[in-house]
Design a protein around this ligand. Sequence first.
Ligand SMILES: Cc1ncc(COP(=O)(O)O)c(C=O)c1O
Length: 413
Amino acid sequence: MERKFANFETKSIHTADPRTEAFGSLTVPLYMTSTYVFPSAEVGGARFAGEAEGMIYSRIANPTTDVLEKAMAELEGAEAGLAFGSGMGAISAVLIALVKSGDHILCSDGLYGCTYGLLTMLKEKFNVQFDLVDMADMERVRAAMRPETKVVYVETPINPTLKVVDLEALSEIAHAGGAQVVVDNTFMTPFLQQPLQFGADIVVHSATKYLGGHGDLIAGVAVGRKAFLDEVRFSTLKDIGSVMAPMEAWLILRGLKTLPLRMERHCENAQKVAAFLAAHPKVKQVYFPGFADHPQAEVVARQMRGSGGMIAFEVETLDGGRTLMNSVRLAQLAVSLGEATTLIQHPASMTHAVVPADVRRDEMGIADGLVRLSVGLEHPSDIIADLEQALAKIPVASEALETVHEDGPNSAA
Ligand SMILES: Cc1ncc(COP(=O)(O)O)c(C=O)c1O
């Protein structure tokens, strides 16, 4: 009997239907196995030849991971899903499957630091070119498309500047130029934004973040057309090997059941924290898609069900930002995002340190003093009280803006 449900809140609990499993286990069984016994040499051969269904080896597929892949496809409104060992595993496998030497990737003018690192590696070693373009302006996107553009790659909202891109308009331009649209939906999750509905072709996630939701795993997911993801499964997933462990798939399936509840609370908390920061005299600028005067408020309303849990803000000086980060008590000074604990970090010296300083400042708009906050699930008054006491430690008199080191070698989540 097929069970289909109308609402996300129900799907996130019931999509991974366990009743097809032996013993009637309510939760999805965890298959901790690297390989699978073939009933006969003929069946084994047929599975390798793609002529028979069935498991072969857990670098290609695993029954627990398979349930997660189907659940993510259902939640994103996609034909199929594919699990990876990390968000970067998903992004690299998808991009390498889509491009070859001489091709061009057009990107939003803000990207997670390691995605920028991957694009730089593809350019330097394999002659795959890329450009960053301000996707708030579709005329610029149109002008930046080249005959060799095979992929338009976008984060929306952008990490960490929280600029928003109109996916419908972008997809139209990309498709007219023969390119596929890949969207990193990590900041939103399918509860808040479903890029395929707006014409995107492939969605990638760092499942490390909101999907897992508890800061206890590293994982990635891609969703899109089945034919494309089958190709990825048997090429850049299988042969490069960034495979999700079954335990991680099991934990993410557990996380998905509370995803709508958590995202609602992340959004509510972030809205309150952003309003507090915007009214604080020591805060120079707050970037948050939930403000009515956000430059792309109309796109936010059309494309996103909520504005998410991420905020970026600037205090007067870099030193002030350091004082703030060293003074928080509830918020934890750590990279990563999308979990129960509020996290604070400094993009210029941490997540985006790998991006050359001029690109970071001039093309991505990441000021040296920008601080990124992943608002957690604590009581909003406690988060605000913590930021208030930390902001109070910043000296009032402005000091000269110090700059961070020019090109940092490392960046992480
Ligand atoms: C927007 C975004 N995409 C991708 C990644 C990479 O994910 P992972 O750390 O799971 O490889 C991150 C990590 O912070 C991220 O913030």
